[in-house]
Structure formats: C-alpha cells, structure tokens
Design a protein around this ligand. Sequence first.
Ligand code: PLP
Length: 466
Amino acid sequence: MNSLNQTVTPTASDEKQRIWEADRDHFMHPWTDFSTFKETGSMIFTAADGVSIQDADGKRYLDGIGGLWCVNIGYGRKEIAEAVAEQICAIPYFSTFGHHTTPPAAKLAAKLAELAPGDLNHVFYGCGGSVANDTAVRLIHFYFNQLGKPTKKQIISRIDGYHGSTYMAMSITGVKVDHIGFDIDEQMVHHISCPNPYRRDPGLSEEAFCRQKVQELEDKILEIGPDNVAAFFAEPIMGAGGVIVPPEGYHKGTLEVCRKYDVLYVSDEVVTAFGRLGHMFASEDEFGIVPDIITCAKGLTSGYLPLGATIFSDRIYEVISKPQAEGAIFTHGFTYSGHPVSCAAALKNIEIIERESICEHVKEMGGYFEERIRELGELDLVGDVRGRKFMICLENVANKATKELIDPKAKVGNRIADACQKRGLIVRPLAHMNILSPPLILTRNDVDFVAQTLRESILEVTEGLR
Ligand code: PLP
C-alpha cells in the first residue's frame, strides 16, 4: 500500500473532539441517515497522498473509492496546488457572463472540445455533475423552442440511473430509494427499466435482453409521442445504481432509436470520463457512440476543486446561437461558470493524465484489478462481480443460484465496508452491494492488497451471517 510522503501528526484528542462535535452539531451532511449520525458523528480525515488517506488518529487507509469516484490522479499533487496558487495570484475570479473570459476557462473549453468525440465542440461550465445535467435539460428545452418545437420537452431515463440531486437531476435519477420522502418532477421525466444483465429473465439470451431493452425505449417514445420527447439520459455504465454494464449493443441501439425520433442523446459521463475506464470519454471509445451532449464533472479536476461541464454539439450550438426574440438572450449561467481557478486545476489535471499515460495504465492495471476482484465471485456471498477497469461492484446475495437478496436489515454492504475499514481499506457500501472506484494510479501491490482485504472481509462477514 502506498504510504503518505509526509507524516501528518495525529490531531490532539481535545481538538479532535471539538471538530467532531462541531461537525455533528452543525454540518448537515449530504446523503445521511441523521438518526444514526447524531450518535456516531463523522470519521475525520486530515491528510492524503497518492492512493492513501489518513484519519485524525493517524491511521492510514487505501482509498478504494477515489473520494467519491473522482480522485483519478490520486492525492497530494503539488503541481495542481501550484497551478491553483498561480491562478489565484493572477486573477482569482471574474464573471464570464456575456463577453468576458479568462485564459484557463477558454483553454479548457478548447481542450475539452479536442478530447470529446465527434462535433461536441461547445462547453458550458457549472460546479458539478447535477448542475451539468440540469444545464443539459435547460439547453435542450431552449434548443427545441428555438426550432419551433415547443412541445418537445419530455425526458426519458432509466431505473437505477443516477444523475444528481438538484431537483431536475434527481427527477431524472431512477434510483427509487433516492426519491423516498422527496418530490420529483413526474410530469417531465419518464423512467424505463434498467438494462441489468444479471437480473434478466433466466433463459433470455443477452442479445434478446438487449433487443428488449432497446425496444422499450422506442415503445416509451411512441407512448409519449415523438413530438413530446426531447432527450434520453444514460450513463455509459451506471454508477451509483450498482455499476450496471448494459448488454453489448445497448448504447448503439438506443442511440439509433433516438436518431429515428429526433430525440437528443445525453451521455452522463460524470463518473466514466477522464480515465476511469481507460479513456478520456467512454461514450465513443468504449461503447462506439457519439452522443449529442456529454455531461462531466468529478475526474475533470480529480476532485481538487469543484467543476462540471456540459459539452454539446455544433448542431445544437448553431440552433441556440441563432438570433431570437428582440431583447432575449441565453439566460442560463452561474456566478461560478468557468471559474478560473477550477479551470486551471482541470487543465493541470488533464495534463497529468496525458503526461503520465494514465489511460494506458488503467487499460493494463485496471484490467488486472478487474481480474483480481472477479476472482471474489467464487465466494458464497458474492452473486455478481460487474463493471470494468476501476469501476466495479460486488453484489452480495443470500443464494447464488436463485440470486435471492439478503435481508436488508443484515446491512451486509455496511458490514463488509466496516470489515475492510478495520483492515485499512475504504470501500463503499450501497445497500447489499459494495462499490470500488479507486484512484487510477493503483500499483499491482495496491490491487493485490484490495483483493486480499476484500476477500478476508467478505469471509469474516459470511461467518457472522451464519
Ligand atoms: N451523474 C452521475 C453519473 C453521478 O455519479 C453523479 C454523482 O455521483 C452526478 C451526476 C452528480 O454529480 P454531483 O454530485 O457533482 O452533482
């Protein structure tokens, strides 16, 4: 396991207690069960380097989740700190509304246009993935209004797709448990089923399953009416829904259906871009499609600073940049659209990914990672190991033959994550599953450590469930 370069002194216990209490009493955490949070509070992390993070007691862990699918180049990159400091000294902020820009915002847009597939040459900046998806919706609606097709507004996405937690992004999200207790826009968004090959009907071939899922999209468009459907949102590989790799041909098939009915295809690459699958963007290089819009965030800066982008085609740009009603302009944007410091971090991050051939490393070491984690499929508890390269999910089941789920009360995902944490590895629990999305710079030794630690942890939890 990589060790921290610098030794960071453990936080003094009274200071640690103060931080813990301030956090528990005042910091309202995202995605949190407050009933347990009020008792247990937070684990405090104080340092990170390479693939490792360190808690306030000085204990180190291999970060098996890359922060939150985002620290692609690993922690402690001084070059990013320098680029950010330089930009802050030069000009830390200026509005990009209208006809103003800064060098990093302009250069990064050109770089993203160069890296993105096809004619996706135009970049709109926000602060993260949810906003990138909301921007896509507003842009699409504006586009069809400009085209004189004001009824074309409805959005189709998939059950178990995750697209963020702003109002619109959460409405597009199809992870049903995420909707509990909240409202979503049910007038605007329609969900079709999840293309999860593991849960397909027994006896149905993967080809037939793919045809069925593609047909379902076409049927849904026809049901709503092609004149009413604006866009289809899909992640190349569904992340937070359980790392679902669709059957071979699914993305090409759904894109063809979209083309047939003039429905725009939005590829949500918030997780899959910037190396996670061994490509800068996975849509074309991994799945052979050129969508109309790509949304991205996370790995764009490797999490060093917040930034998201909506990258769209020449075709869309031509329409939305046509003159419209007298006095009307494109009224979409944020104070921090194209924030120069975030853009400087992103430029340096992309430079590092390219210079260190991180995509090549992922093709090789991510392949080894996939192979080693797939070996865990032989364990009694592990029903499915799926995903690609450094984006993997283990689905734990009660019965491998019937794929029956374990009683949620057993909290098996949490128990495995806790057992791993005890051994110095952070993995993410997701209901009965565990997710792995480590920094992309893992070495062979790191991969072996992750595989061995997970094996021991799963065996320990299996014993406890007997
Ligand atoms: N889209 C996908 C595929 C994601 O995984 C996420 C976050 O995990 C988002 C969108 C939302 O991004 P953010 O949390 O930066 O708003």
